[in-house]
Design a protein around this ligand. Structure first.
Ligand SMILES: [Fe+2]
Ligand SMILES: [Fe+2]
Length: 425
């Protein structure tokens, strides 16, 4: 059965109300399509058909051949079967979503994983029998194709996040990587999490109309506790991302044989030392031949704002940085401090032309004042700016451009493929 937009909003309102008044932060904002958050966007139009307002794409495994489609909805209120085909072709295939509860609401997460897709191919899909046609593209099969992705962290529900979303989407990135502190729901606010995804869904569409997949890592604002069953430590974050994080709060996402993102948990749902460190060493050792090997920290190894010794980075420098150096990773993405920073290439705690670059520090929608370069001698550039970074991979070379939420270029640098070999493992 199809449902129009007004009915869908009516049912979502009921779902939120069921969460209890205590968690209804921002309910008006959730439903106010004339709020500043939507300036410049068309008002939802029932005639356009069923378009879930939290619809977004992500991955649970190899992005060259799979795509995961997710949104929040209600069971039985609309047809949710996904029909998909290569763009321009009419050999439609179908897949049905799996449903699971979105905690403390009456919503379900509708999740459909498409597998066996062709790499480097543009697809179209529809939801049920009354939706617009959406588009996405799979990642290329080989690193010989140049491509762009964007990264950042520490977003939340605010104007800066939306501005950065809009500018990031204009870069036509293949995906958007968030290194933690994504919605700022703190594991307790369903409404905040939903609003973040509404903003993402509406803004993260590229210049060709393709939805931009999200890759997410965990930060402190995803979790409410570090104890108890894993997925209950950050219930809203894991409700969306427990496909990739089925057993642990850290994971690798391998793009064919050319790019591996090592998505780490810097002491939020899982401790740094022990199991995760053992896991990290194994994962790095297995990937020495991957040309683009990039760990993603939430808490920075080399902070721009917080104190070097007491800012939370000490265990990362103790347990993980030696592994990053042993396996000579290409680049480390840091977040959490809420500023732009680029480190010097660092090795053994010192500037070294053969060292590792740390880029951060998570200011997609949150901002703090950096300490200043005299107090952070390991940093070459800092800026108190909302920003995201555009990464362009061209063969064995990478370009990294930091861009502010007004579209200003803050910094450009490049990194090259590093020597790694089997002997290192
Ligand atoms: Fe943050
Ligand atoms: Fe944080």
């Amino acid at each position: 059965m199809a449902i129009n937009r007004r009915e869908f909003l009516g049912t979502t309102l009921g779902g939120l109300a069921a969460a209890g008044a205590g968690s209804l932060v921002g309910l008006d904002a959730l439903l106010a399509t004339d709020s500043p958050a939507y300036a410049g966007f068309p008002t939802p139009d029932a005639a356009a058909g069923f378009r879930p307002d939290t619809l977004f794409l992500t991955w649970q495994r190899d992005p060259t051949t799979t795509m995961t489609i997710q949104w929040l909805g209600h069971e039985h209120t609309h047809s949710a079967r996904i029909s998909y085909a290569v763009l321009g072709q009419e050999n439609w295939q179908t897949a049905d979503p799996k449903l699971k509860p979105f905690p403390n609401t009456q919503f379900d997460v509708f999740r459909t994983e498409l597998t066996g897709l062709s790499p480097g191919t543009e697809y179209q899909f529809k939801i049920g029998d009354n939706s617009p046609t959406f588009r996405f593209r799979t990642m290329p099969a080989k690193a010989t194709n140049d491509f762009t992705f964007v990264s950042g962290g520490d977003a939340g529900v605010n104007r800066h996040t939306i501005d950065n979303n809009i500018i990031a989407a204009k870069q036509d990135p293949m995906f958007c990587l968030f290194g933690g502190d994504i919605a700022y729901d703190n594991g307790v606010s369903a409404a905040t999490n939903i609003q973040f995804h509404r903003d993402y869904s509406r803004t993260m569409i590229d210049t060709q109309g393709r939805l931009i997949p999200m890759v997410a890592g965990i930060g402190n604002h995803e979790v409410r506790t570090s104890k108890g069953p894993l997925h209950q430590r950050g219930p809203y974050y894991f409700a969306w991302h427990d496909g990739l994080y089925a057993e642990t709060s850290y994971a690798t996402l391998d793009f064919g044989d050319y790019l591996s993102l090592i998505l780490l948990d810097t002491n939020h749902a899982s401790p740094v030392a022990g199991e995760q460190t053992d896991w990290l060493e194994k994962r790095l050792a297995e990937r020495v031949e991957i040309p683009h090997l990039i760990p993603v920290n939430h808490v920075p190894a080399y902070p721009s704002v917080r104190d070097f010794n007491f800012g939370g980075g000490a265990p990362i420098r103790k347990y993980w940085v030696p592994l990053y150096e042993k396996y000579n990773v290409d680049l480390v993405l840091d977040h959490h401090d809420h500023a732009f920073k680029r480190s010097y290439p660092m090795k053994d705690g010192l500037k070294d032309p053969n060292g590792i670059l740390y880029l951060g520090d998570g200011s997609w929608g949150k901002l703090r004042r950096p300490q200043g370069l005299e107090k952070t001698p390991y940093l070459e550039h800092v800026s108190e700016s909302y920003h995201f970074t555009i990464h362009r991979l061209e063969g064995e070379e990478r370009f990294h451009m930091a861009m502010s939420d007004s579209g200003r270029i803050l910094d450009v640098c490049s990194t090259k493929k590093k020597p790694r070999g089997k002997s290192m493992g």
